[in-house]
Design a protein around this ligand. Structure first.
Ligand code: FMN
Length: 292
C-alpha cells in the first residue's frame, strides 16, 4: 500500500504539496492532480508532514498522519512579532528558586512542546530524563563539583597551562583563567552552597544516540523550546552547562540517571518556580555581522 495518496475528489490542484515537499515526492501535472512517486515516498519521505499541513482541502492521506495526528493551527494564538521580541529579550536564566515542586503534568507539557523543535531530517532524536529525586539531584551536584575540582587542578598546573599557551595561543589566557573561576565555585561548595543546580527542584536531561548526525544540535533546539515555554508558564530555568560537561568527563552522571548506551547527554535544564522577577532587559553585545 502507498504511504501517501491524494484524494482525487478533494484535491484542488493547487500544487502546494509539490512546492513544499523537501523530498520531492509529488510531481506537478499542472491542471491535474499531482502524481505521488511511491518508490520515492517509501525511501525518502521524512514524515515531516508538510504536505498534510499545507493541503487546503485535506486531500492528502499520509500513513503517518492519520486522524488525530494533524491539528488546525489556532492563528489567533500566535504571538505578534512585538510580543515575541519582547518575550525573547526578557527571558533570563533563573537561578533563584522557591522551595516548591513542579507538577508532573506541567513537566510533561514542557517536554511536549520541546519535541516540536526542528531536528535534522525530522529524526526527532532527542530523549528526556526528568530528575526530581533530591538525593539524585544532590549527587549530580557533588559529581559536578568534583569535575570542577579536577579541572581547576589541571588549569593551575604549570606544565598544562604552558601547553595550552602553545596549542591554543589565542584562547589560552581565557581558558586558563577558568581555574580561578572554578575555585570560586569550590569555595561556595565549602560554604554548603549549591552553585551547580541552585537547589532547583527539577532537572530535565536532553540526551540522544551519539551516533546520529546532528544529535547535539537537535537536543539543544529541543532544550531551547523547553526554556522558552518554561518562561511562558511562569517557571524559571537555566542551562546547566557544567553538569553536561561533567557528564562527558565522568560517566558516573550518565549511569546515575540511567542514560542508555550509546546515548550521550547534550543538554540539561534546571527548572523551578522563580523567587525573582526582572522588570528590565539589558543590552547585549552588538552582533558581529559580515554581509556578503
Ligand atoms: C551552553 C550554556 C551553558 C551554560 N551553563 C551554565 C551553568 O553551568 N551554570 C549557570 O549558572 N548558568 C549557565 N548558563 C547560563 C548563562 O550563564 C546565561 O545564559 C548567560 O549568562 C546570559 O544570561 P541570561 O540567560 O539570563 O540572559 C549556560 C548557558 C549556556 C547557553
Amino acid at each position: 500500500m502507498s504511504k501517501i495518496t491524494i484524494n482525487q475528489d478533494l484535491c484542488s490542484r493547487c500544487n502546494s504539496c509539490v512546492e513544499v515537499c523537501p523530498a520531492e515526492i509529488f510531481v506537478s501535472n499542472k491542471e491535474d492532480i499531482p502524481t505521488v512517486l511511491d518508490a520515492v515516498a517509501d525511501k525518502f519521505c521524512i514524515s515531516c508532514g508538510h504536505c498534510v499541513a499545507i493541503c487546503p482541502k485535506n486531500a492528502i492521506d499520509h500513513k503517518n498522519f492519520q486522524e488525530g495526528r494533524v491539528t488546525p493551527i489556532k492563528q489567533e494564538l500566535i504571538p505578534s512579532s512585538d510580543q515575541t521580541r519582547e518575550m525573547l529579550r526578557s527571558i533570563r536564566s533563573i537561578r533563584e528558586f522557591k522551595d516548591r515542586p513542579v507538577d508532573k503534568e506541567l513537566i510533561e507539557e514542557i517536554i511536549d512542546v520541546a519535541r516540536f523543535a526542528p531536528s535534522s531530517t525530522n529524526l526527532q532524536t532527542t530523549e528526556y530524563i526528568v530528575v526530581q529525586n533530591r538525593e539524585i539531584l544532590n549527587k549530580i551536584v557533588d559529581l559536578t563539583y568534583s569535575y570542577l575540582a579536577k579541572m581547576s587542578k589541571l588549569l593551575h598546573n604549570r606544565l598544562i597551562s604552558s601547553l595550552i599557551r602553545v596549542v591554543l595561543p589565542k584562547n589560552a589566557e581565557e581558558l586558563i583563567s577558568y581555574g580561578l573561576k572554578f575555585d570560586r565555585y569550590l569555595k561556595a561548595q565549602e560554604r554548603g552552597k549549591d552553585k551547580i543546580l541552585y537547589n532547583a527542584p527539577v532537572l530535565i536531561i536532553f540526551h540522544a544516540n551519539k551516533r546520529t548526525p546532528f544529535a547535539e544540535a537537535n537536543a539543544n533546539l529541543a532544550l531551547h523550546n523547553a526554556y522558552v515555554y518554561c518562561w511562558s508558564l511562569g517557571l524559571g530555568s537555566f542551562y546547566t552547562g557544567f553538569v553536561v560537561q561533567a557528564s562527558h568527563q565522568n560517566s558516573e552522571i550518565q549511569r546515575l540517571v540511567s542514560v542508555p548506551s550509546p546515548n550521550k547527554i547534550y543538554g540539561a535544564l534546571a527548572i523551578g518556580y522563580p523567587r525573582v522577577r526582572y522588570n528590565k532587559w539589558v543590552e547585549r553585545k552588538s552582533p558581529k555581522i559580515e554581509w556578503i
